[in-house]
Design a protein around this ligand. Sequence first.
Ligand code: WTA
Length: 633
Amino acid sequence: MVRDTDVLLHERRIFEPDEETIQNANVKDWEAEIEKGKDLEKYWAEKAQQFEWFQKWDKVLDDSNKPFYKWFVNGKINLAYNAVDRWIHTEKRNQIAILYVNERGDERKITYYELYREVNKFANALKNLGVKKGDKVSMYLPMCPHLMVSILACNKIGAIHSVVYSGLSVGAFVERMNDARAKILITADGTFRRGKIIDLKKISDEAMLQCPTIETVIVVKHTGNPIKTSELSGKEIFYDRVIEGEPAEFEPEPMDSEDPLFLLYTSGSTGKPKGVLHTTAGYMVGVSTTMKDIFDIQDNDLWWCTADIGWITGHSYLIYAPLLLGTTTLVYEGAPDYPDPGIWWQIVEKYGVTKFYTAPTAIRHLMRYGDKYPNIYNLSSLKILGTVGEPINPEAWIWYHKNVGKEKCPIMDTWWQTETGMHLISPLPVSPLKPGSATRAFPGVEADVVDEEGNPVPLGKGGFLVIKTPWPAMFRTLYKDEERFIEAYWKDIPGVYKAGDMARKDEDGYFWIQGRSDDVLKIAGHRIGTAEVESAFVSHPAVAEAAVIGKDDPIKGQVIKAFLILKEGYHLNTDLIEDLKRHVRHELGPVAVLGEIEEVQSLPKTRSGKIMRRVLRARELGEDVGDTSTLEE
Ligand code: WTA
């Protein structure tokens, strides 16, 4: 979202780390670490030593075929082995790996050893169902240990997982499943949400009617929502049944460093979601290094990342990085304000969470209830806080710092993307912080702000955020669409990765991210493409043409404002508005939060027929429309 960056740049407060933070820090000297990172290959090779490799790599980075970079060439490794098995031979064997808590107050503690057994059983079960290395397995599951076990079991076999966020609608679900050509779907009888059970099985059933590649559906009994065995179709089988009698040992598949690890779909500028493909070894090195140094991970930490596993943050920093570091990771199934807006802080107090990672939209949402709730609970266990997903406005930063961090926890504002796999711009705990700035590139990463030709812009001026050197957890391509991979990220500004964000850099070299430069909205931290929303509108019988833009919203960051040309005979009355809202929600799921809908007689278009959303945005915000020479009417 384009914010008033002059206001941001005039944010002059600087928060220095305290003595205790510096003493604990894994990295004590930020500058020196950035210096060290300049020798890319040496820096990342050192970080890769933490793992057990079946076979060491020959070369750290192969950049002979840009932008198809390869990392840790010819290395052989298994992620799940390193995230789970490795710990059972250490003192972490009986440590809790996963602490599951839900809104009803149920909890489940799974030690590394228990996780090891469960993952192996399920890996054996999947193998028996015919899953082989390279096969695609989809998951449509709640935030629960089964999802984590499923992901790790895929890793063990070398199968590629494709998690579909359980808040997506049937249409989006089907599109993702069919693009991936998944062989297996793992789903559940439901998920807990605000005192109700959302029936995921029903949504899966509807989706399955349109997903011909699925051979087997595995159903987890999670909520107790009754599904009788007799109701299962011939393809379906309960999770409990498939693991019955399976051995608790499994020989992990030695994966090549560059073997695909997972697919995760995200929105781009066009309607079709992008299948972001991540591979194995570089991803492991990238996510574990960033989490360790940015959140200063130590033994005894209790880590809580509130992101949904259906998004990249959940993949990288709820499951993978914490387990690769041997940490205890808390997974919470529920909303931040149910049964009341103190629930998160109650959990922090009860379990003694030490590192807490969430999104600005959640902070703004909780801020609305005032200072009361975080101050009811004892939050003194917290040491470091984090945010991700969109720019954090200084006001929310200060609220978080004061009420949650009690002015002693540094806030790590981490900038990154589904595509980057790992944090790329972020402070370390020892960094001086400026509220609203993600500070500088992580060691071993080089970022800049440039103009359309790729020339650096003067300090304080807005431009395109680019990454100038490859990083290990970078995505390797868009699934089945190399052309789009190059077009969307590598072509406009040759030689660098174009992130799709606008940013500014200040006199200290700190980055201030302004929001997306493309037609992607950020609603409550979730990416959604304007084209996806427009096509959802147009699929309604009343709509002839649609154009949507993002409009600032104090809590969600952005919401959708739609301009519609209606078909003859239709008028935009309250009933139609309600129906349109229902329709878009059905097509896209609750992530598509609609603000206003406006009826128009025409839309601004270029001569080639492209909608000029920029013109709509300017009109809406009362700003200068700028260059309209390409405008048709
Ligand atoms: C935005 C989420 C400002 C940005 C991990 C990026 C941020 C998009 C920040 C990626 C941040 C993420 N400050 N903006 N700290 N973190 N963004 O793929 O616009 O869901 O391009 O990945 O989120 O969203 P994605």
